[in-house]
Design a binder for this molecule. Structure first.
Ligand SMILES: Cc1cc2nc3c(=O)[nH]c(=O)nc-3n(C[C@H](O)[C@H](O)[C@H](O)COP(=O)(O)O)c2cc1C
Length: 303
């Protein structure tokens, strides 16, 4: 997730749930092709802590997918995911992300170029469709014909953006007729949601449900490991018990980006971590202004 799943975030998730597959933020194939400094930095990951690691790329020029994919493979990623789902106006207006749903020929060409460049698996993350889920199966069949190894589907159309509830039925219908693994995505907030929604699919992908609650990934893994439709048996953590990991997240962000940038970016995470606790409003108001790890330690310690 753009602005969220940097190396610090991924490492926190992996610490709690080592079996989880983590993805980079979406990165421009144009930027990787030209070796843009900021994007190349965003490609860095810790091989000891982040495998399996998938780099998500976006763009529209097949020749840039070819060169970017090679770079991603060479730096040691385990897979490449192509973004064909982002609904942001800036992305769609330049024919990236969700816009590719309306251009299956180009979408297939991008898959072929990527597959030609690398040996690691190549997947696509997309949405149910542009304005209706009716095109999901033909669109995904074209991607499979182009050589895609797996699909992740966010259960909303482009038109729905983030409104309403994600629809999982079209994903189940897709899985029935498609030969590659299908991963479902949309509105998973708890392990119970994951167990109830996976249906005939091969996996679930969790986005916003991890905001302030990376522990949910451990709950989900526990729940699937127990093969039972029951809530995981781990005791709920108190906020005080969560504080050490929150501070570790801050320390990782600082290690990767320096204290000024790292803590600036941590502010939104700190605000999410305290959501729902008693006195959250006052604490959040202070946390979104922190500049140093020491300040965060003091505020959380005092709480
Ligand atoms: C802040 C934010 C950034 C996101 N960035 C990406 C991205 O870079 N690539 C992507 O495929 N989806 C991205 N998404 C979409 C999520 O991956 C996911 O498909 C969507 O939020 C629905 O799943 P959820 O209900 O589990 O969050 C982003 C979502 C949010 C809220």
């Amino acid at each position: 997730m753009a602005g969220v799943t940097d190396a610090a975030y991924r490492q926190i998730i992996k610490r709690l749930a080592p079996e989880v597959v983590v993805y980079s933020e979406f990165l421009s194939t144009d930027a990787i092709h030209y070796g843009a400094k900021k994007t190349m930095k965003m490609l860095h990951f810790d091989p000891a802590l982040e495998h399996p690691f998938i780099v998500q790329i976006f763009g529209k020029k097949p020749e840039h997918f070819l060169s970017a994919a090679k770079v991603v493979e060479e730096m040691g990623a385990d897979g490449i995911d192509i973004n064909m789902g982002c609904p942001a106006a800036k992305v769609v207006s330049s024919c990236h992300g969700s816009a590719l749903i309306r251009d299956p020929v180009l979408a297939s060409e991008l898959v072929r170029a990527t597959k030609e460049a690398v040996r690691i698996p190549v997947s696509v993350k997309t949405r149910l469709g542009w304005e209706s889920p009716d095109t999901l199966i033909p669109f995904c069949r074209a991607l499979v014909d182009a050589g895609i190894d797996a699909l992740a589907i966010h259960g909303r159309t482009y038109k729905e953006q983030y409104s309403g509830c994600a629809h999982w039925e079209p994903m189940y219908a897709l899985k029935d007729v498609i030969s590659v693994p299908v991963i479902g995505n949309g509105d998973i907030l708890t392990a119970q949601d994951a167990l109830e929604k996976i249906g005939n699919l091969d996996g679930v992908m969790v986005g916003r449900g991890t905001f302030g609650n990376p522990w949910v990934m451990r709950d989900i893994c526990d729940a699937f490991a127990s093969h039972a439709l029951s809530m995981p048996t781990r005791d709920r953590l108190t906020f005080a018990q969560k504080v050490p990991l929150i501070l570790e997240h801050c320390a990782l962000a600082i290690e990767l980006k320096g204290e000024e940038r790292g803590m600036l970016e941590m502010r939104k995470h700190l605000a999410s971590y305290v959501k729902g606790i008693e006195g959250a409003r006052e604490l959040r108001a202070q946390l979104v202004r922190v500049e140093t790890l020491a300040e965060a330690e003091k505020l959380l310690g005092e709480y």
